[in-house]
Design a binder for this molecule. Structure first.
Ligand SMILES: [Zn+2]
Length: 316
């Protein structure tokens, strides 16, 4: 995948430092985003953002990567089988399932709308209303249950939902910088919560239901300025697998920039997006296979990172 440079910033977009600068991959590599902001993050901030980003991606995408690798070549270092918790007529147990049969399952959190919009009080950690289950490849759920002799699959994921929300904030902020310019943002809401997990993020990140924005399947990010000069980022990861659209409230644009930049003014007046970005991931063109049915939502405070998200997925 070739990098696409979308801006050269020459200062850290998180702390303002002008030394020790590195390039910023706006959408992490693991999600196949080619977009790069050059000289846009100092090494200290880069360390902080990479840490939560890598943790989310490793846990969220491990089996997707394993599946993709196996799909591309048979000589893969990834395991051939996935350990999966199942319930059989005799009780619960963990069994190995061939990746070719299982495919890949990605669990994305379902958030409420950003608290800034709903007016509710912010909390540390984020609430999860449920999970979106995205599946690529594998055999259908009924066949899978018959072949491996189980009644119910129990899927578990362990990334922190607030880290996922911070990753979304980082993506929206990066594209806002690319399309609006950091000096044109008079206020940036997400800077602090991106860098510091002790600052609540649920005020700025959530679902996009309030504004009923749903991005096209190949669109990953859209930046919009509203009639109050507030910058909004809409993000759709894995749209080809019907992943949800998330909403990030990034900050506030300056009046001066609005008056001098037609794209900002058009957005301010008519909500025409300032910019729209697409991804093209050939693996995600693979057909998703239906057959899992999420049977229960969960709600979670993730202050304790050891807590797990457990939910059941029942074959139809
Ligand atoms: Zn920095």
């Amino acid at each position: 995948m070739d990098d696409k440079v979308i801006g050269r910033i020459n200062q850290c977009i998180y702390c303002g430092s002008k030394t020790d600068l590195t390039d910023e991959h706006v959408i992490p590599y693991g999600l196949n985003g080619p977009y790069v902001l050059e000289n846009a993050s100092c090494t200290t901030c880069n360390k902080a953002t990479s840490k939560f980003e890598q943790d989310v991606l490793r846990k969220l995408l491990f089996y997707l990567r394993a599946y993709k690798e196996r799909y591309r070549s048979r000589k893969s270092s990834f395991p051939e089988k996935v350990p999966v918790c199942v319930r059989t007529s005799k009780g619960e147990k963990e069994i190995p399932i061939q990746i070719a049969d299982y495919g890949a399952v990605v669990l994305l959190p379902e958030f409420p709308s950003p608290k800034k919009i709903t007016g509710e009080e912010s909390r540390l950690g984020v609430e999860i209303r449920g999970l979106f289950l995205l599946r690529i490849g594998g055999i259908n759920a009924e066949q899978l249950a018959r072949k491996y002799g189980f009644i119910e699959l129990m899927l578990t994921t362990t990334y922190r939902p607030s880290d996922f929300a911070r990753m979304l904030a980082k993506i929206a902020f990066g594209f806002s910088v690319a399309s609006i310019g950091i000096s044109n943002l008079v206020q940036i809401y997400v800077q602090e919560p991106i860098l510091d997990s002790g600052v609540s993020i649920d005020r700025w990140v959530g679902d996009s239901k309030k504004y009923r924005v749903s991005l096209k399947k190949d669109t990953v990010v859209q930046i919009v300025v509203d009639s109050k000069k507030v910058v909004h980022g809409y993000i759709r990861l894995m749209g080809k697998l019907n992943g949800p659209t998330y909403h990030v409230i990034v900050g506030v644009v300056s009046l001066r920039a609005l008056l001098f930049r037609p794209s900002l003014l058009l957005s301010f007046l008519f909500r025409i997006p300032v910019s729209t970005w697409v991804v093209n991931d050939p693996t995600l063109m693979l057909k998703s296979v239906p057959g899992f049915n999420v049977s229960g939502g969960i709600s979670l405070e993730d202050r304790n990172s050891k807590k797990r998200i457990n939910f059941r997925s029942v074959d139809k």
